[in-house]
Design a protein around this ligand. Structure first.
Ligand SMILES: NC(=O)c1ccc[n+]([C@@H]2O[C@H](COP(=O)([O-])OP(=O)(O)OC[C@H]3O[C@@H](n4cnc5c(N)ncnc54)[C@H](OP(=O)(O)O)[C@@H]3O)[C@@H](O)[C@H]2O)c1
Length: 310
């Protein structure tokens, strides 16, 4: 729980009354909660904050009270880092037997973001050259795998350490670059340029991606690390015949049939081991602050989970 916005130290494990379900909500006995980069913004009070005092945590997996079914849910008002959470039925999906709690949780928020961005907005076509930034991250490592699965011809990654780049190569990326490399735009632009650039970092990396786009290429932003907003002139985009797009998962969630379809596709791929989420670590509730520190320090690869019962 947080009682004020600030650094990781504001996260405290506390015993509080169980949350009361709102009209129509389902109650979930949580087994695992997920960490998302947005939790860090929320904790700092910089973006997407919940009113205080707040229980952070935007995704959970557990058992639905009433029927005992195993479900995963996205919580748009937080409440995930807890033993019991209340969720909207529209944002809750049943988890098939062939998908573990860990995989289901790692795939739902970040996988739906990667899948939605690549298909609904990026409209990826077979053979296209796709580049992904923060490619070892929760969204990124799924985007790399999904790009391959969806028929990308060439997949490029951007990741900040050699260990991360090795990991991204192990996912099937053809080449992986350092975001700090001054030649980033040039390297990304080799072999005909990038058709679809999926970015969750912003700033100079986004600018390099824009410069590396092939004619008819699309730059697709799913997030940013703060800093000044990038600006583009329409003339600049027209000169390159390129587009800049932004994606927010909420618009998938607003359409229950679409969300259920995306979740079913992700779980189907997971059951066939065509999509495997990497679990970076599983921490007890008492160590959530340390996990926030690690994510903020760019130390994590894949998904960080919280075992709320440990
Ligand atoms: N649009 C949506 O609906 C939606 C939904 C979910 C998530 N997102 C966004 O997707 C992005 C990825 O989320 P995630 O939870 O999967 O996180 P993540 O990618 O696992 O972690 C963030 C990564 O960003 C990179 N990064 C670059 N500059 C950084 C900096 N100054 N400080 C910290 N990290 C930096 C790091 O990778 P390197 O060290 O390799 O650069 C880091 O590992 C976030 O921007 C998030 O808000 C958007």
């Amino acid at each position: 729980m947080i009682r004020r916005y600030g650094g990781p130290e504001v996260l405290r494990a506390e015993t509080v009354p169980e949350p009361v379900a709102g009209p129509g909500q389902v109650v979930i006995d949580v087994t695992l909660a997920g960490l998302n980069y947005a939790d860090l913004h929320c904790r700092e009070g910089s973006y997407g904050c919940y009113p205080l005092p707040a229980v952070l945590g935007a995704d959970v997996v557990g058992r639905r009270r009433g029927d005992g079914r195993r479900v995963a849910a996205l919580l748009r008002s937080g409440g995930g880092y807890a033993e019991v959470a209340c969720a909207e039925p529209a944002f809750t999906v049943e988890v098939p037997d062939g998908v573990s709690d860990e995989q289901a949780l790692a795939l739902l928020e970040q996988g739906a973001t990667a899948y939605g961005a690549l298909t609904l907005l990026g409209r990826i076509r077979p053979g296209e050259r796709v580049a992904v930034t923060a490619a070892a991250g929760g969204v990124g490592h799924l985007a790399v795998q999904l790009a391959r699965e969806l028929g990308a011809g060439r997949v490029l990654g951007v990741a900040s350490t050699e260990a991360k780049r090795d990991f991204v190569r192990s996912l099937g990326a053809d080449a992986v670059f350092d975001p700090a490399d001054p030649r980033l735009a040039e390297l990304l632009g080799e072999a005909g340029g990038v058709d679809l650039f999926v970015d969750s970092v912003g700033g100079g990396v986004l600018r390099s991606g824009l410069a590396a786009l092939a004619p008819f290429g699309r730059l697709l932003s799913v997030g940013a690390r703060g800093g000044p907003e990038e600006s583009f002139s329409v003339a600049e985009l027209a000169e390159g015949s390129v587009g800049v797009l932004g994606f927010w998962l909420q618009h998938v969630l607003d359409d229950r049939a679409l969300f259920a379809d995306v979740a079913a596709r992700l779980f189907g791929l997971a059951e066939r081991r065509r999509l495997v989420a990497r679990i970076d670590r599983v921490v007890p509730l008492a160590e959530v602050a340390a996990a926030h520190r690690a994510m903020g320090a760019r130390e994590t690869m894949g998904k960080v989970l919280v075992d709320v019962r440990a």
